[in-house]
Design a protein around this ligand. Structure first.
Ligand code: SF4
Length: 343
């Protein structure tokens, strides 16, 4: 159990294990060793350091990871919190996929249950069907909708669904768990007694200094804000990225095609994405260049139509702008302004 607590410190069972071992928040704060390790974990997570193996001092690692979350929470910086949760959830998936001894479906289903998901073995849902061989794990549709990535490929209509269970292969199941784990971290950061916890943390000098430093960190400012002639859909996407939210793949694709059309260059668009919690400069630049037709298949992509935007859940007006494509919105807005000027 100590290895599970170290690998997945934000599971309920990990918290219960530490408590049973007498490792509470108060005792962790009294240990210089755990406090130092917690601050290191904060820094590593924000820099997106790679996986840490759980070989030495698994209990210290587990306690320090939980303390690290409360240090981040104390900074009251939503950008850093999202970045931390994103980094930790990606490490969760890496460990889930690569740790020997936890590769059985049953073991992963148990982790899913700890995260509050309703999960079953597909062989018990579709008895005798070959579907269970390809899609061995079933998840209740409500949980699937809550945690599946917001992407057309993940729409329920494209998935085998039997009696309210969505059937998944292991890879996709692990991806769903990644979002559930991230949601769990964010939920822990908003627990009711968080004010009390942060009060305790502030009495420990190294943590106090770390929190003060984190409070002053902000994402790189976006050089261009949404402007009046930009349509509501694109303004909403820009605003969401500006707030450090994890915009879905479709939203990133749409805003990139739109801004290229508006004359932004690749570097300006890469800068826009800098405040995304999972920002990776190399990958982002390649993707923007790909959409611009500068690399890969050299095909320049068009701005999605309003119909498509609406089907992706990205049209806040429900097709109410009177245009067929977001690029037409600016022209229509300037014609309207022109017409309203006194002659
Ligand atoms: S109608 Fe078109 S331009 Fe207007 S918000 Fe929807 S997608 Fe954007």
């Amino acid at each position: 159990m100590q290895e599970i607590a170290c690998l997945f410190p934000y599971l309920d069972k990990s918290g219960e294990y530490l408590f049973a071992r007498g490792i509470t928040l108060e005792s962790a704060l009294n240990s210089d060793h755990i406090v130092k390790r917690a601050i290191d974990i904060v820094e590593e997570s924000l820099k997106r350091m790679k996986n840490r193996p759980c070989v030495d001092e698994p209990e210290v690692e587990a306690a320090a990871s939980r303390l690290a979350l409360y240090i981040i929470t104390g900074a009251s910086n939503i950008y850093l919190l999202r970045r931390f949760a994103d980094s930790q959830s990606k490490m969760f998936t890496y460990r889930l996929r690569n740790t020997p001894g936890i590769q059985s479906y049953e073991c992963k289903a148990e982790i899913a249950s700890d995260l509050g998901l309703s999960v079953a073995m597909a062989r018990n849902v579709v008895k005798g069907s070959l579907l269970a061989a390809t899609y061995p794990i079933a998840i209740r549709w409500r949980d699937y909708i809550r945690y599946a990535p917001q992407d057309p490929d993940w729409a329920m209509i494209n998935r085998p669904v039997v009696s309210g269970w969505v059937l998944l292969d292991v890879n996709d199941f692990e991806r769903v768990l990644e979002d559930a784990y991230e949601a769990k971290i964010l939920k822990m950061a908003s627990r009711e007694d968080v004010g009390y916890i942060v009060g305790l943390l502030s009495k420990v000098e190294p943590i106090y200094r770390e929190i003060a430093k984190l409070r002053s960190l902000r994402p790189v400012t976006i050089r261009a804000e949404g402007r009046g002639e930009d349509p509501p859909c694109m303004r909403a996407i820009i605003e969401s990225i500006r707030k450090g939210e994890n915009a879905p793949h479709t939203a990133r694709f749409a805003i990139t095609t739109y801004l290229l059309r508006r004359g932004w260059d690749v570097e300006q668009i890469v800068d826009l994405f800098r405040s995304s919690p999972d920002f990776n400069e190399k990958i982002t630049r390649y993707q923007v260049q790909h959409i611009a037709g500068q690399v890969g298949g050299r095909k320049e992509y068009s701005v999605p139509s309003c119909e498509t935007m609406n089907s992706w859940g990205l049209c806040p007006t429900n097709l109410g702008c009177g245009v067929k494509n977001p690029v037409q919105y600016g022209r229509r807005a300037s014609r309207a302004t022109e017409a309203s000027r006194p002659q």
